[in-house]
Design a protein around this ligand. Structure first.
Ligand code: PNS
Length: 165
């Protein structure tokens, strides 16, 4: 059984992330989406709530794949999580050339730390390639409409919880 781990902040999960989740779940027997608990970043929801939200949107948008997808929270190194989960692969999405440099650095560093864990990249679907969680957060902060960028439940949560400036 091939297991892959897809780590990220997912703050919030976007249609771009969902696209990568669905395609990676089709390529591996088991995909573990791992939500980073990062107390250094100010986040729109705590990691546990973001993980619950991802579970819900995955069940709604990809019911046939949901059985192969687990969602966990984690702290510490991604490679250590991968070893614990017996995952041979880390999945990341690439949107544009601008992602490449930092993703390449992470992939090489992770491989240096744990050569047995390899990174595979999925090119984010073209229609979602412009999306980023940080832009979604900014738009929501200023009361903009994020419904075309994130699943409905996430849009509702951002609308409800974000205090407009
Ligand atoms: O969605 P993001 O914020 O781009 O995800 C970044 C993430 C979570 C993949 C990265 O920060 C990470 O792996 N953090 C865990 C700590 C770690 O392993 N750091 C070394 C990376 S080379």
């Amino acid at each position: 059984m091939t297991t892959a781990v897809y780590p990220g902040s997912f703050d919030p999960v976007t249609f771009g992330h969902l696209d990568v989740i669905q395609r990676a779940a089709g390529a591996f027997d088991r995909l573990v989406v791992a939500v980073l608990v990062n107390p250094r970043k100010s986040v729109t929801a705590d990691a546990h709530d973001r993980a619950t939200e991802i579970r819900t949107v995955v069940a709604e948008s990809a019911p046939l794949l949901a059985g192969r997808i687990e969602v966990v929270t984690f702290d510490g190194l991604t490679v250590d999580l991968a070893i614990r989960l017996e995952a041979g692969f880390i999945v990341r999405g690439l949107r544009a050339v601008s992602d490449f440099e930092s993703e390449m650095q992470m992939a090489h560093t992770n491989r240096k730390l744990r050569p047995e864990v390899d990174t595979v990249f999925f090119m984010t679907a073209l229609e979602h390639a412009y999306l980023s969680s940080s832009l979604v957060r900014e738009i929501a902060t200023f009361g903009g409409d994020v419904r075309g960028m994130v699943p409905p439940a996430v849009a509702r949560r951002l609308d409800r919880d974000t205090i407009p400036r």
